[in-house]
Design a protein around this ligand. Sequence first.
Ligand SMILES: Nc1ncnc2c1ncn2[C@@H]1O[C@H](COP(=O)(O)OP(=O)(O)OP(=O)(O)O)[C@@H](O)[C@H]1O
Ligand SMILES: [Mg+2]
Length: 333
Amino acid sequence: MDKNMVEIKNLVKRFGDFTAVNGISLEIKEGELFGILGPNGAGKTTTINMILGLLVPTSGSITINGLNMEKHGNEVKRQMGLMTQETVVDGDLTAYDNLEIAAQLYHVPEKDIPNKIKEALDEAELTEFAQRKAGTFSGGMQRRLALVRAMIQDPKLLILDEPTTGLDIQNRVSMWGHIKDMLKEGVTIIMTTQYLEEADALCDKIAIIDHGKIKAIGTATELKRMVGTGRMLEMIFDSASHAEQASPILKNHFRVNPVVRGEKIDAVIEKWEPKRLTEVMDALDRKKINVVSVNVHLPTLDDVFIKLTGSGMRDTASSDYTSDRMGMMMRRH
Ligand SMILES: Nc1ncnc2c1ncn2[C@@H]1O[C@H](COP(=O)(O)OP(=O)(O)OP(=O)(O)O)[C@@H](O)[C@H]1O
Ligand SMILES: [Mg+2]
């Protein structure tokens, strides 16, 4: 199905004479996981608040599931679930009661509530803690509770504002699994994140915004192609002296400027021709230079982000080896 769940046209929001959102247009397909990336103050939360109907746009239009936000605000709001960045589960209430109150608030039919809560607790892996106060839960457990609570009224559109910020890698990966479960149920999700490798691993489409404007929009692969059609090459040798000897060979064959650091060489290959790698390997072999590992990859979202916004994200997790590996594991699912 190629139905649009969200259509935003020329969205503008001014606060006094400051323009926070400056003409954003985008479309989100039903069942898609759409990521919004951008540095501090880019306009992400302002955009999300307008989609949620919490802020009135200065101009432009938002249509959700075929309904215009301005005309049908209340009807649209009933089709949305929200998980805010500051996870607000009520710490004095049990997990069960937190969910029950949300279900009543969203007018879930009384007879369906016990079953809905059971399913939600199950999905959040909190069944055995149903009667414990949420305040005694770990950060990850609270976050899972908040996620299933946002889903209690079966929204068509789920909005997650930085759902994994501050979680350790294990809990982040667990959240990714739960977010994927929600997608399988057919919900459309918009999420903001400050972890680039998370957007890369999870999102069907990504918008990079800065100064209230869309800088780029597309799949992670499409965005990476914007950096160029080249490849990042990383080679590790059995010794620093072998790396030194290998450097001119790489330079000749790939026409690059290799950067040697100890046993490791990094290079950006502008024009990628796979056969050159075979030539290099043969040349190294003839000189008895032992290669421990070779890694050729496309530019990362980090490279894209820096190119488009002139700055890195405030978080450095994307250069964290462990989380990168996790990202790759998730992508293969
Ligand atoms: N109510 C307001 N009045 C005046 N200025 C505002 C208001 N809300 C947001 N802004 C400004 O609009 C800009 C965009 O803010 P917004 O919160 O949308 O950014 P963001 O992309 O969510 O940033 P962050 O990553 O820090 O959450 C910022 O410069 C902010 O100071
Ligand atoms: Mg924000």
